[in-house]
Design a protein around this ligand. Structure first.
Ligand SMILES: NC(=O)c1ccc[n+]([C@@H]2O[C@H](COP(=O)([O-])OP(=O)(O)OC[C@H]3O[C@@H](n4cnc5c(N)ncnc54)[C@H](O)[C@@H]3O)[C@@H](O)[C@H]2O)c1
Ligand SMILES: [Zn+2]
Ligand SMILES: [Zn+2]
Length: 382
């Protein structure tokens, strides 16, 4: 079928709207019409090059070029057609995209760690999860899809493993938000940081991810939630959604945190800035108290290997530093669970959308994100 999509042709270039040919679904695949796509910072990392494997690795990965690529991994859509053997979905079903597939069979899925499903391998190269062949073409040439989803296209053909069925009375915008930003932020605070009632939690970077770490920390019973972001509007939004204090930088938060906690500092520090640079970890570690947990959620430039962490202090203060993908959640359980919290009013989703854009204005949407204007911007297809 004919569709349209926002494509990156190379590093540093703008998104370009192209005509897209999508082939019908084969075994285990599903054709989806996307209704809403969230504009996560991770897609922008492919433009800047922060999340692009180095050129020297391409041959080993079996690719000639990383580009062109259709962006978008946060999204909500409707199933149009299913291939042979698809059992969890049928035409007309509403779905949430999951940038981590979940097969239910690998050792990670089987042990409650679906965010680590082995089917995430090859996420940076083209071809379907099912059989490695291509279903998407621009000017007759195969094209890669971000996270094998490509929600910046009006339609795509994706593996059943990457889709989660949701109730069809839920607003599509909310279904899109929980598919990455909400899940990743909430999970970072609740599951990965294991926030406990009475904790003091610092969240650094209040975008689509960080704001949901604030919501998660609040739900887990934190007594103080300190939001850090240089943009005033972000700090205001954090205070609105559960933060108790807000500061413009980690340095600015240091003194007040010392006073508030009588020198004990934070129990959890969650790092969700747009780009995480190694030197920022020194301040993160200084905000963290004895027995604390520092969670790294934000993406760093892929080839950066340095972080400033005082190892003596790490050992003697019994601290831990943890990474997380998808907030260490299980998409097949947690996406519907988050949506049920929205239904009951405990998780705020409508409040997270600052601006809506047609696909054609995607570059404006990302400019607004970089200018700090959006908690989350979303692309709406109708
Ligand atoms: N681990 C995962 O599975 C996962 C999933 C999704 C996104 N991410 C990553 O999470 C990060 C956040 O994504 P987002 O969509 O919320 O981005 P965003 O651009 O919407 O928000 C980032 C926020 O960080 C703030 N910021 C920048 N530098 C800062 C600093 N030094 N101190 C404090 N705040 C600072 C910005 O003002 C902005 O408000 C990105 O790196 C993204 O790629 C990771
Ligand atoms: Zn994302
Ligand atoms: Zn699996």
């Amino acid at each position: 079928m004919k569709a349209k999509a926002a494509v990156l042709w190379g590093q540093g270039q703008d998104w370009s709207i192209e005509d897209l040919q999508v082939d019908p679904p084969k075994a285990g695949e599903v054709l989806v019409e996307w209704k809403v796509a969230g504009m996560c910072h991770s897609d922008d990392h492919m433009k800047t090059g922060d999340m692009v494997p180095p050129r020297e690795a391409w041959e080993f990965m079996g690719i000639e070029d990383f580009y062109p690529i259709i962006g978008g991994h946060e999204g909500a859509g409707i199933v149009l057609e299913v291939g042979d053997g698809v059992t969890t979905l049928k035409p007309g079903d509403h779905v949430s995209a999951s940038f981590v597939p979940s097969c239910g069979r690998c050792r990670y899925c089987l042990t409650g760690k679906q965010a680590l499903c082995n089917n995430t391998a090859n996420t940076f190269i083209g071809g379907m999860i099912t059989d490695g062949t291509d279903r998407h073409f621009v000017n007759g040439k195969p094209i890669t899809l971000m996270a094998k989803l490509g929600t910046f296209g009006s339609h795509s053909c994706v593996s059943e493993l990457s889709l989660i069925k949701v109730d069809d009375d839920l607003p599509m915008e909310c279904v899109a938000l929980v598919s990455c930003g909400v899940a990743t932020g909430w999970g970072s605070a609740v599951r990965r940081a294991e926030t406990q009632p009475g904790d003091t939690v610092v969240v650094v970077g209040i975008g689509g991810i960080g704001i949901n770490a604030v919501q998660g920390a609040k739900m887990a019973g934190a007594k103080r939630i300190i939001a850090v972001d240089p943009v005033e509007f972000k700090r205001e939004k954090a205070l609105e959604l559960g933060a108790t204090h807000a500061y413009a930088s980690m340095d600015e938060a240091m003194g007040p945190l010392q006073e508030l906690t009588w020198g004990e500092m934070a129990d959890r520090v969650i790092m969700t800035p747009g780009v995480l640079h190694g030197e920022m970890m020194a301040s993160a570690m200084n905000l963290a108290g004895k027995g604390s947990t520092v969670v790294v959620t934000a993406i760093s430039p892929m080839m950066s290997n340095e972080a400033s962490i005082n190892l003596f202090n790490l050992a003697m203060w019994n601290k831990e530093v943890k990474g997380t993908i998808f907030g260490s959640l299980n998409p097949r359980y947690d996406i519907p669970a988050l949506l049920s919290m929205y239904r009951e009013g405990t998780l705020k989703l409508d409040e997270l959308i600052t601006n809506r854009y047609p696909l054609e204005q995607i570059n404006q949407g990302y400019a607004d994100m970089m200018a700090g204007k959006n908690i989350r911007g979303v692309i709406c297809y109708d």
